[in-house]
Design a protein around this ligand. Structure first.
Ligand SMILES: Nc1ncnc2c1ncn2[C@@H]1O[C@H](COP(=O)(O)OP(=O)(O)OP(=O)(O)O)[C@@H](O)[C@H]1O
Ligand SMILES: [Mg+2]
Length: 507
């Protein structure tokens, strides 16, 4: 093939010349004598010439081919030589760097090694939450803690040529326990999307009786969550000071209720309360702290008290603010995890992250004044990383929230056994009982008191007796409806297998 291609033109032209010469001679000789012998002689001669010229052409082509092969072999040898040169140079430099690193003092060496192994926010991370949930699933953790893990962003590790995720846990027993979390970042830095990633992931991985969420949200983004079974109370949206104060009071009361439960159990930490008595983890989200319609002093005093006492009661605060610089350091120091997105000024780094720019750099992370939208630097305990949060659109949010159970749909969460069914219940819900907010409050207060006095022995009939003096008929249905809606005093006779999730023993 190669031979034919190299000498392709030559055999054709040589053969043509031979034929033309032969034809001319033949014509002339046949014209002159016309004899048969002459014809045979000349045709024989022509054929001989034809073969000789063909053989010559093949020989020349072969020569040319061999020359080209030799040229290519020479080129390969030259390249190999050059490559060996580069390798030698590389080894020389590696040796050189190794010597320099060995000669450094300990502090500088650590910095250099951290820089070489540093991880960076992943460029163009995959949008949405499902891939992060897969990452959270892959984290190795004791079975009773997996539900509280949330993977919140993507990082690349160039030294190891891999992509990984940054994850955290709101379970107090986890080594990656966040404590209270602050998310800071200039407007449009992506705080809201990141907080949605955290909260939605936690809610998607837990059952409503394991985890409760409560939001005070002046910007009303949390309206999307209304009616979800994971809501401890419905979110307080907008900037009505009385509503916000009422919510602050309710959180304080809940903490006091939990202190009483823990005291009764005679333990020091929420996690040590026996599972049957242990209340769900409550994550309180205070959105846009700057916009809270209560004055700074009142907010400072309340936050200082709540944040310093609530972790041991299973209550975790999650705050969202543009810049925490002017906030009171009395409670600002209570954050176990600071996450900070874009900040325009270097001076804003330490108040928002709890560590200085040089500490961020020493850990191989990126100071927030050098981040881009959607990128965050996190300090959680001694971990310091910079990561890229996924883009979360409104469609992503709706899609994720559609998977969460609704408060008004308790049967889909905890299907009762036949003996638990109340014959009148579905009917009463369809008819709809008029329950005033005041009545609802009385029912919930009675439930609080009875749970405090009787713990898991508290029954719904006791609540109905306390509120209405009777535990049957419409009164009982009202109590049942309110307690179902708020996921309180759930009928406790269900086998664990009725709950379709592997995290049954956790909270
Ligand atoms: N991870 C991300 N990657 C790229 N763009 C993002 C990311 N997260 C959010 N955005 C975009 O940035 C804009 C602001 O996002 P978001 O509302 O979450 O920011 P924010 O910090 O809460 O802002 P604000 O302080 O105004 O409430 C949105 O248009 C959003 O599409
Ligand atoms: Mg926001």
């Amino acid at each position: 093939m190669r031979l034919l291609r190299v000498g392709k033109g030559k055999p054709m032209s040589a053969a043509t010349i031979a034929y033309v010469a032969f034809a001319l001679v033949l014509t002339q000789s046949s014209d002159a004598s016309g004899s048969k012998d002459a014809l045979t002689f000349w045709s024989g001669l022509g054929l001989l010439l034809f073969f000789i010229s063909g053989a010559l052409v093949i020989w020349f082509s072969k020569q040319e081919y061999e020359q080209k092969i030799a040229a290519q072999e020479h080129l390969i040898a030259t390249l190999q030589e050059a490559n060996n040169g580069v390798q030698q140079e590389l080894t020389k430099w590696q040796e050189c760097y190794r010597t320099v690193i060995t000669a450094m003092d300990e502090v500088t060496r650590k910095k250099v090694v951290a820089h070489i192994n540093r991880s960076l926010p992943m460029p163009n991370p995959p949008p949405g939450i499902p891939l992060l949930i897969q990452e959270a699933d892959a984290v190795e953790a004791p079975p009773d803690q997996t539900a509280w893990i949330a993977a919140i962003g993507w990082i690349t590790q160039p030294a190891h040529q891999r992509v990984t995720s940054f994850w955290l846990s709101v379970h107090p027993r986890s080594e990656a326990f966040t404590g209270h979390i602050a998310v800071a970042g200039e407007t449009r830095s992506g705080k809201g999307a990141l907080i949605f990633t955290i909260l939605a992931q936690l809610a998607l991985r837990t059952r409503p009786e394991q985890l409760k969420l409560f939001a005070i949200d002046p910007k009303e983004d949390f309206a999307l969550w209304e009616g979800k079974a994971h809501n401890w109370r419905e979110p307080v949206l907008g900037r009505d000071p009385d509503m916000v104060r009422g919510a602050m009071q309710a959180i304080s009361s809940e903490r006091a209720r939990r202190v009483a439960i823990r005291r009764r159990a005679q333990v020091l930490e929420w996690a040590d309360i026996p599972a049957a008595l242990r209340p769900p983890i409550l994550v309180v989200y205070l959105a846009e702290l700057d916009l809270m319609p209560v004055d700074d002093k009142e907010l400072d005093a309340w936050l200082t008290e709540e944040m310093s006492t609530s972790l041991s009661e299973g209550i975790v605060f999650l705050l969202d603010i543009q810049n925490a610089t002017r906030l009171s350091t009395r409670w600002r120091t209570h954050f176990g995890t600071n996450i900070c997105g874009v900040q325009g000024r270097q001076a804003a780094v330490e108040p928002n992250l709890g560590i200085s720019v040089s500490e961020v750099r020493a850990a191989g992370a990126i100071p927030p004044n050098e981040l881009q939208r959607g990128q965050f630097t996190v300090r959680s305990g001694r971990d310091i990383e910079s990561f890229s949060a996924p883009l979360i659109t409104i469609e992503h949010r709706r899609e994720m929230l559609a998977h969460l159970p609704r408060a008004t749909d308790p049967l889909t969460i905890l299907p009762p056994r036949p003996e638990d069914a109340e014959p009148a219940s579905s009917e009463s819900r369809e008819e709809g009982h008029a329950i005033s907010p005041e009545e609802e409050g009385r029912i919930l207060r009675a439930a609080d008191e009875l749970e405090e006095q009787l713990g898991p022995q508290a029954k719904r009939t006791d609540v109905a007796l306390r509120v209405y003096g009777r535990a049957t008929g419409e009164e009982y249905q009202k109590v049942k409806y309110v307690l179902d809606t708020h996921r309180r005093i759930l009928p406790g006779r269900r086998p664990a297998t009725a709950i379709p999730t592997p995290h049954a023993s956790s909270a």
